[in-house]
Design a protein around this ligand. Structure first.
Ligand SMILES: [Zn+2]
Length: 230
């Protein structure tokens, strides 16, 4: 048995790959080798060699298509959901109980998720009353590894005159999270798109609570998830 309670020998690197493939694939689109390499901070050659290894395991954890990318098999998906549950529960625990800021929890959770026991994960879930969302608004898979669903679009796709509420923010770049905090943008912030410039892909957005207007580039608006309001 590994510390994760799985019968298969799964290394920390494999766990990180499964998580990356899960997060980079958008069924039916495969996770591209390039996107996985960028997310993992490794070369294309290492990704290709790892994808081949994961595809050769019994049972196979990924379905690898040369030149196209990879997707998780049902077994790979369950392992990915399990590690994502750990990661997001840890983030919420660090944030809600230990008072870490939302830009600090991702890195801590990335380390801790590989070493805590299943019992520890379950205690966190109980202590937090089986939560559905992490501090960045991402869904936390349930104990049965079901993912809560919510209909959101990228802020980038919200059109001029449309209103929405911020439901998730990418947790990969702490400086983005700090920047949003400075601008007054958090989960639950309601906003209206005033204008969009196709020249530089900037959105001018009015924050409905304060009336303040901010200009956000595509590098930011693609990292924010919005639930449209009528
Ligand atoms: Zn995270």
């Amino acid at each position: 048995m590994t510390p994760n309670g799985t019968s298969m020998e799964i290394s920390q690197t494999v766990e990180d790959y499964l998580k990356a493939i899960f997060e980079e694939s958008n069924p039916p689109t495969l996770a591209s080798t390039t996107a996985i390499a960028e997310r993992m901070g490794v070369t294309l050659a290492s990704v290709t060699s790892m994808l081949k290894k994961l595809a050769a395991k019994t049972p196979a954890l990924v379905d690898y298509r040369k030149h196209h990318g990879a997707k998780l098999t049902p077994e790979g998906t369950l392992l990915a959901l399990k590690i994502i549950r750990r990661h997001r529960l840890l983030e919420l625990f660090l944030h809600d109980v230990l008072a870490f800021e939302w830009d600090e929890v991702h890195e801590e959770a990335d380390r801790l998720e590989h070493v805590i026991s299943d019992a520890f994960v379950q205690r966190i879930a109980i202590a937090l009353d089986d939560p559905d969302w992490d501090p960045h608004g991402h869904p936390i898979p349930s104990v049965d590894l079901e993912m809560p669903q919510e209909n959101t679009i990228q802020l980038y796709d919200l059109k001029s005159g449309e209103n929405g509420v911020v439901r998730w923010v990418s947790d990969r770049d702490p400086s983005l999270l700090r920047h949003l905090t400075e601008l007054g943008i958090a989960l639950g912030t309601r906003l209206e798109v005033r204008s969009f410039s196709s020249l530089d892909e900037n959105h001018t957005v009015r924050l409905l609570e304060t009336g303040e207007e901010v200009v956000l580039g595509a590098g930011i608006t693609r990292q924010i998830g919005i639930q449209k309001l009528d």
